[in-house]
Design a protein. Structure first.
Length: 411
């Protein structure tokens, strides 16, 4: 039976929930009349307890292990001390075997005033694992807020998208995909103004889990020894509701909407250079790499025949004797290398090929040599783009070899 539980825990799926808990008075797990309870099991620090009826007793330790391991993972990523003696977490395993996937949450208050966070799994075989993870996260954060001085009279809610974003941010395998998706939306002007993006009921962050994950990653940044998340949790615990101004000030140091917009644009530009998984190249990374295939010579659009401030590499070959074009090529060679840092070997090779072309252009090589180098680099890039088409990715293995990986395989 224990082995069966462990298999089930590995395949349940995530669903959203609410941070707010329901206050009521109750004692012990709610079991049908006549069912004998098994002795509860506790975590080593006493902050987590698992209850079950006698005929479901085999589920207690696997569930406790799952809760404590997930708690440790949350604690490591969020860098918060989770688990509270003032608001302990209880998991009540039900006696059903009818396929009930619900994960029920409730806040209990004993007759002596002790508050406990309760999660109930009516059918432990069918319970939704991701809802369970979310409920654990919410309960542990509420416990932290109690430790920080929060009471039922003062504790405010956090945005649902922030909880979901934190849970998604924990999954390192999704981070590059989330960055790619967010940058794609930003580059196509599909994101609202920054102040709207971080509202309590932000539609963009709710509709787009990737955006929520990126915003949550910003909340994890630390300043003066504490993360933005920790400061927000402490504020909402002691009666200060979530506000756009407060979060904008934490993230950027300025509540002015225009200044905050500029800060978010700079943050998103910086995200394009983030190496979430070393050695990984995705279609989004290649798409952003293509943005470096233009030169911006000084004063280029001031002449009668120039209608824009940039020129393609092919146009640069034709104007290879222009000192401004050559200076722009020298500067672009360095940016090209930076764009490929931390990616797989194939993108690094493409970057080197374009770097060779740009260096030759900068030193004044003949047009024949420049054309040959550019055609070689373009051909390598075409091969790379075909390999990552359709959402695929390239990943270096431990030995440095490049492996293809499809979007379906990553899922």
């Amino acid at each position: 039976m224990i082995r069966k539980v462990k298999r089930t825990l590995s395949v349940w799926v995530l669903a959203a929930g609410s941070l707010a808990g329901l206050a009521q008075t109750a004692e012990g797990p709610r079991l049908p009349r006549g069912i004998v309870p098994a002795a509860p099991v506790y975590s080593s620090d006493g902050t987590v307890a698992v209850f079950a009826p006698a005929h479901q007793a085999g589920y207690r330790m696997p569930v406790l292990t799952f809760v404590t391991q997930f708690s440790a993972e949350l604690q490591r990523v969020l860098r918060l001390k989770l688990g509270s003696q003032l608001a302990p977490l209880e998991v009540a395993i039900g006696g059903q075997s009818d396929g009930d996937t619900r994960v029920l949450t409730v806040r209990l208050r004993d007759t002596d005033g002790v508050v406990r966070e309760r999660i109930e799994l009516p059918d432990p075989e069918a319970a939704d694992l991701e809802r369970f993870r979310r409920a654990i996260c919410v309960a542990l954060l509420r416990g932290w807020m109690v430790e920080a001085g929060g009471t039922e009279a003062t504790m405010q809610n956090l945005p649902a998208w922030l909880i979901d974003g934190l849970l998604r941010y924990i999954d390192r395998e999704r981070r590059q995909m989330d960055i790619d998706r967010t940058l794609l939306l930003w580059s196509r002007a599909c994101l609202p103004p920054a102040a709207t993006l971080i509202e309590m009921d932000s539609h963009a962050a709710t509709r787009e889990p990737a955006v929520a994950a990126v915003l949550a990653s910003w909340m994890m940044e630390r300043r003066d020894g504490a993360s933005h998340l920790e400061r927000v949790l402490r504020a909402v615990a002691t009666g200060t509701p979530w506000s756009v101004g407060q979060v904008a000030r934490l993230l950027s140091g300025d509540e002015d909407p225009l200044a905050f917009d500029e800060h978010v644009d700079r943050k998103l530009l910086a995200e394009s250079r983030v190496v979430a998984r070393p050695g990984l190249t995705t279609a989004g990374i290649v798409r952003r790499f293509r943005a470096h295939l233009l030169l911006y010579p000084a004063f280029y659009d001031k002449s009668l025949g120039d209608t824009h401030p940039w020129c393609t590499f092919q146009q640069a070959v034709a104007r290879s004797k222009d000192p401004e074009v050559r200076a722009a090529a020298a500067a672009q060679s360095l940016r090209m290398k930076i764009a490929a840092v931390g990616r797989d070997g194939m993108l690094l090779a493409v970057s080197d090929a374009y770097g060779a072309f740009l260096n030759a252009l900068a030193r004044g090589a003949e047009q024949g040599e420049l054309t040959r180098l550019l055609l070689e680099a373009d051909g390598m890039r075409g091969t790379l783009e075909r390999r990552v088409a359709g959402g695929g990715a390239l990943q270096r293995d431990a030995g440095g070899a490049v492996q293809g990986e499809t979007g379906a395989q990553r899922k």
